[in-house]
Design a protein. Structure first.
Length: 286
């Protein structure tokens, strides 16, 4: 059976994902320095600054709360910028770091807008079980404070609805996440706004379950690696700093976790860029 190498890499599910991973490794091997600098600048440092401020300031102070909110928004914008810049580097081997940073800056507003839009939609979809629980007499304030004596349990019907709705909600989010995994590459390379949602869905057609498999595996590895880094470094820092420096030890352990998360997020950006290139090639095949 005669097939070209390119067509085989596109049509065969297993080989295709393997090809995307191989291309990802090639990009990382050749452009690690550029990617690492952008990841540290746009992902790690803003996160560390935000977490440090939250860890060592009073949350009861309105000014501190306002500054914390500003830092959180700034960290989100910086994260999106870094992801777009890394996508630019990974998509086109001719793109240099300065050009990638400019491209990321030029598309950060549309990407931020779409992120906010999708977040609002996800939040609205999470409202129905909250309404049902409130109507059943469930006390969210008591639950948040941990006061079980004052907390009213929801009815059996409300609890069942919430559990089933929550399961369906997570499954839908996973499916949507798989179909929108190419949002950033589309926003950057095709200069689309809200239309990037439809374009990403179009490009991922027929690949949903394979992408879900990759997403689930990625999340498991990320959670295990981040948890291990935080646990081990947390124990070490508590032993070194002593019992009086629990907050500092927790912050430093969080920094270790952020380093791991940054590395995986940069890896994900490169992988999605190469997945975009592969799907674009597939759609270009007559």
């Amino acid at each position: 059976m005669a097939t070209t190498g390119a067509t085989t890499g596109i049509v065969n599910a297993r080989v295709k994902m393997g090809t995307v991973w191989d291309r990802t490794v090639e990009v990382l091997n050749g452009r690690t320095g550029m990617i690492a600098r952008i990841a540290v600048l746009g992902m790690l440092l803003p996160t560390v600054v935000r977490d440090g401020f939250v860890a060592f300031t009073s949350r009861a102070n309105p000014v501190s709360m306002l500054v914390g909110a500003v830092l959180t928004i700034g960290a989100l914008v910086a994260m999106i910028w870094a992801q777009l810049s890394i996508v630019a580097i990974a998509t086109d081997p001719a793109v240099e770091a300065a050009s990638a940073r400019r491209q990321g800056s030029a598309r950060v507003v549309p990407a931020l807008g779409i992120t906010v839009l999708l977040t609002i939609v996800a939040a609205l979809l999470a409202v129905p079980p909250i309404v049902v629980l409130v109507q059943s007499g469930f006390d969210f304030a008591a639950a948040a404070s941990g006061s079980s004596a004052q907390m009213t349990s929801p009815s059996v019907g409300a609890a069942s609805f919430t559990a089933l709705y929550g399961l369906a909600y997570l499954l839908v989010l996973l499916w949507i996440g798989a179909r929108l995994v190419l949002l950033n590459p589309v926003i950057l390379n095709e200069r689309l706004g809200v239309g990037a949602i439809r374009r990403s869905i179009q490009l991922t057609k027929g690949m949903t379950w394979r992408i879900i498999g990759v997403l689930v595996l990625f999340c498991i590895v990320l959670l295990v690696a981040t948890g291990a880094a935080q646990s081990v470094t947390g124990i070490v820092f508590r032993l070194v700093l002593g019992a009086d420096s629990v907050a500092t030890a927790a912050f430093l352990a969080g920094v270790a976790g952020s380093i791991v998360t940054t590395a995986f997020t940069a890896l994900a950006a490169v992988f999605t860029a190469q997945l975009y290139v592969a799907t674009r090639e597939k759609h270009a095949v007559p």
